[in-house]
Design a protein around this ligand. Structure first.
Ligand SMILES: Nc1ncnc2c1ncn2[C@@H]1O[C@H](COP(=O)(O)OP(=O)(O)OP(=O)(O)O)[C@@H](O)[C@H]1O
Length: 281
């Protein structure tokens, strides 16, 4: 897999305050990568440096083959950027805004197809200022992908989405990554979203990447114990263990065959995350 984002030893200071203290990241083409972390961990700062909006204090950063501090117009055209909030063009209709922004790109997506993909067909002619919060957010995402970016940055994209819109959005991101090979870097506070959507997640704590990996690797890394449940003498039994296969094997031997009601539950990303933050705090 070719690397789209490569970061080594990234440091950022605001005045005397060091916000990033040596961040390393590698993101491959077509990957959906999530940056998680508590408020103030440095997620937006990291993304802004990768987008070329902010000058770093130290470290090596390469995004789509270029240093973002020296990104050309052609380089910028390969990025899709969805900020936490846009305050623009309130009197434009949703469709006109998309069509207008699309004119800046060589091969823009069709505005009507985009609106349909984001469930906004009924709002096509509506003024941007009259959209609901969730509709506005979906339009933001449409604006981010109208130019068929190679790399899409999404800063907390699903804030304000209802469950249906969230599900549709996840399907769209998965499709864009799978079909078009688009790479997606998103920040979220929704741990279930990271678990559902991300191929890999990095957890930023105090300006450092505490853990990086697939949801399963994250769970392993923080070693929250799995729970093994089974039925015995008509009662549910539960055992917490770091080696559920060992427990299951012992149970299988003890029962001399299949274990009634056997269930092994790995810790969710949320449990792992909270234990990590608790440990690091
Ligand atoms: N322009 C700035 N000048 C000074 N300090 C800043 C500036 N921007 C951000 N900070 C500080 O840097 C730290 C990291 O901020 P950042 O916005 O990157 O965090 P975040 O992880 O995105 O947080 P959130 O989840 O709340 O959006 C915070 O303590 C913030 O107050």
């Amino acid at each position: 897999m070719s690397t789209v984002v490569n970061v080594r030893g990234l440091r950022m200071k605001y005045g005397a305050t060091e916000v990033l203290r040596g961040v390393d990241l590698d993101i491959g083409r077509g990957e959906i990568f999530t940056l998680l972390g508590p408020n103030g961990a440095g997620k937006t700062t990291t993304i802004e440096i990768l987008e070329g909006f902010r000058k770093r204090s130290a470290g090596e950063v390469n995004v789509l083959g270029a240093d973002p501090e020296r990104g050309t117009k052609a380089w910028q055209a390969k990025l899709g950027i969805v900020l936490q909030s846009w305050r623009d063009h309130p009197r434009w209709s949703a469709r006109d805004l998309l069509a207008h922004l699309g004119e800046f790109y060589d091969d823009p997506r069709d505005p009507d197809e985009l609106l349909a993909a984001l469930g906004l067909t009924a709002q096509a002619a509506q003024q941007v200022s009259r959209l609901s919060g969730g509709q506005r957010r979906r339009l933001d995402v449409a604006l981010g992908i109208v130019g068929r970016p190679e790399l899409l940055f999404l800063d907390e994209p699903t804030t304000g989405f209802d469950p249906e819109a969230r599900r549709e959005f996840h399907l769209l991101v998965e499709k864009l990554a799978a079909d078009d090979g688009m790479t997606v870097l998103l920040t979220t506070h929704d741990l279930a979203e990271a678990e559902k959507l991300a191929h890999r997640t990095a957890i930023l704590v105090n300006g450092e990447i505490a853990v990086c990996g697939t949801p399963a690797e994250l769970a392993d890394a923080v070693q929250t114990q799995s729970r093994v449940r089974w039925l015995e003498d008509g009662q549910e039994r539960v055992q917490a263990t770091s080696d559920p296969s060992q427990v299951a094997w012992e149970l299988h031997r003890r029962f001399d065959g299949p274990v009634p009601g056997l269930e092994i539950r790995r810790p969710s990303l949320e449990e792992s995350y909270l234990s990590l933050i608790g440990r690091a705090a």
